[in-house]
Design a protein around this ligand. Structure first.
Ligand code: ADP
Ligand code: GN1
Ligand code: MG
Length: 364
C-alpha cells in the first residue's frame, strides 16, 4: 500500500499509527493488520482493499455486511454473548461512509481486529475443525430469521454449479484464451465425465425440494477466528458472500477445505484425500447448531454436498487457469492448475468414500 497514510487517515482509528503488515491468506481481497497506540494501549485494526474486479457494486456489498453484522450484534447480545468479539465490527470513514475511495480509485474498508484471535489454514486436530462446524452452524441458526429479501446478491449464481459449468467452464475451454488447454486435457475430461453432478442441487431448488436460506457461502476454515488461548471458535468473518443459498453449500465447502488431508494447493496429489475423522467432527459441530432446522432432503445430501462443492471449486480454478488467472490471486503461473488438480483428486477420493461419508451422517 503506497498510499497507506492517505487511507489510514481517512478512518476513525484511535491513537497514533505504529505499524502495518500484510495479513491473512484470502484469495480475493488484500488484507493488512494495522497497529495504533492510544495512551500506551495497543489498538489493532484490519484494513482491507476490496477486490473491485470481483465485486461490482461495493455500496450494496457493504450495505449487506452492515445489515448482517448489525443484526448479529443484537442476536449475540440477546443470547448473552460478546458482540464485540463474536461478529465483525466495522469502522466507518471520517466522513461516516462504509468504505473509503482512495485517490487512485481503490476501495478500502476497516474493522476492529477481533482481540486475542487467530485464524488457521489447516486444522491440527479434529476438535479444532469441530469448532469451525459449530461456528458456521451457529451462524446459520442466528440468521434463520434474517430478512433475506433485504440482501443484495453480491455474486449472482455463486454456487450454481450448472451455471459454472455451462456458462463459465465450457466457454473457457472453447476459447482457450491463453493457449493453456493442452496442459490440462486430462482435467477437462475428468470434469466433463462428471457434468451430471452439476444439476443435482439446481434441480432440487427448482422443484422445491431444497429450501433457500441465508447462508455464508465461503466457509473456509480461515474464515473463522479462534480464541488464541482456548482455540474455541469465536467469530465468522469474510461476509462478502452472505446471500440466499443452501445450507449444503456451507457444509460442503467447509469439508472441501478443512477435511482435505493436504492444503488446497498441495502439488503432491498422493497427499490429498478426505479425512473421515475430520468429516465426522465437522458434521457433529455443524449439526449440533443447525441440525434441528434442516429438512430430510438437506440431511440426505450432506455427504454429496462436500463432493459437489469440491467439484465446483475445481472447475472454478480450472476455468481461471484457462482464462489466464483473472479471478483468484495466484503466487505462480500454474497455481490455479495445481489447485484444480488437487481439488479433482479430492473429488476422486470422496467418490471412493461416499458410502462411508453417508454412513457417518446417518450415524449422527
Ligand atoms: P478474503 O476475502 O481475502 O479471504 P478475509 O475477510 O477472509 O479476506 O480476511 C483475510 C484474513 O484476515 C482472514 O482469514 C483472517 O485471518 C484475517 N482477518 C480478517 N478480519 C479480521 C478481524 N476482524 N480480526 C482478526 N483477523 C481478521
Ligand atoms: C475464495 O476469499 P476466500 O479466499 O475466502 C473464494 C471462494 C473459494 C475459495 C477457494 C468470493 O475464498 O469462493 O471457494 O477462494 N471467494 C470468492 O479457496 O470467490
Ligand atoms: Mg477469507
Amino acid at each position: 500500500m503506497d498510499n497507506i497514510f492517505e487511507v489510514l487517515n481517512n478512518f476513525n482509528f484511535s491513537g497514533s499509527y505504529e505499524s502495518h503488515i500484510p495479513y491473512g491468506s484470502g484469495h480475493i481481497n488484500s488484507t493488512f493488520l494495522v497497529t495504533y497506540k492510544d495512551n500506551g494501549e495497543e489498538k489493532k485494526y484490519i484494513v482491507q482493499r476490496i477486490n473491485k474486479n470481483v465485486f461490482s457494486d461495493v455500496d450494496k456489498l457493504m450495505d449487506n455486511i452492515f445489515g448482517v453484522t448489525s443484526y448479529l450484534r443484537e442476536k449475540i447480545k440477546a443470547s448473552g454473548g460478546d458482540e464485540n468479539r463474536e461478529t465483525l465490527n466495522f469502522i466507518k470513514t471520517v466522513d461516516g461512509k462504509k468504505y473509503y475511495t482512495a485517490k487512485d480509485g481503490k476501495l478500502y474498508r476497516a474493522y476492529v481486529f477481533v482481540s486475542d484471535s487467530v485464524g488457521y489454514n489447516s486444522a491440527d486436530s479434529a476438535e479444532l475443525f469441530r469448532q469451525s462446524g459449530i461456528a458456521f452452524g451457529r451462524f446459520q441458526k442466528l440468521l434463520a430469521d434474517f430478512p433475506a429479501e433485504t440482501l443484495y446478491e453480491t455474486l449472482p449464481e455463486f454456487h450454481n454449479t450448472k451455471h459454472r459449468y455451462e456458462t463459465e467452464f465450457l466457454p473457457a475451454v472453447e476459447k482457450n484464451a491463453k493457449g493453456r488447454k493442452n496442459t490440462c486435457e486430462e482435467q477437462i475430461k475428468f470434469v466433463n465425465d462428471r457434468s451430471a453432478y452439476c444439476s443435482r442441487f439446481t434441480d432440487m431448488i427448482s422443484d422445491g425440494r431444497l429450501p433457500l436460506r441465508v447462508t455464508h457461502n465461503d466457509t473456509k476454515l480461515n474464515n473463522v477466528l479462534f480464541d488464541k488461548n482456548t482455540n474455541k471458535a469465536i467469530c465468522v468473518i469474510d461476509l462478502d458472500t452472505v446471500m440466499p443459498g443452501l445450507a449444503l453449500y456451507d457444509f460442503g465447502d467447509s469439508i472441501r477445505f478443512g477435511a482435505n488431508t493436504a492444503a488446497e494447493d498441495e502439488a503432491d496429489l498422493s497427499k490429498v484425500g478426505i479425512n473421515l475423522e475430520y468429516f465426522k467432527a465437522y458434521a457433529e459441530g455443524f449439526l449440533s447448531q443447525a441440525g434441528q432446522s434442516l429438512d430430510q432432503a438437506e440431511k440426505d445430501n450432506l455427504a454429496f454436498s462436500a463432493l459437489l462443492m469440491t467439484f465446483e471449486c475445481a472447475m472454478r480454478f480450472l476455468t481461471d487457469y484457462l482464462n489466464g488467472d483473472t479471478y483468484f490471486k495466484t503466487a505462480y503461473p500454474e497455481h490455479n492448475l495445481v489447485r484444480a488438480k488437487n481439488q479433482l483428486a479430492l473429488v476422486a477420493d470422496m467418490e471412493k468414500h461416499m458410502d462411508e461419508m453417508k454412513a457417518i451422517i446417518n450415524s449422527l
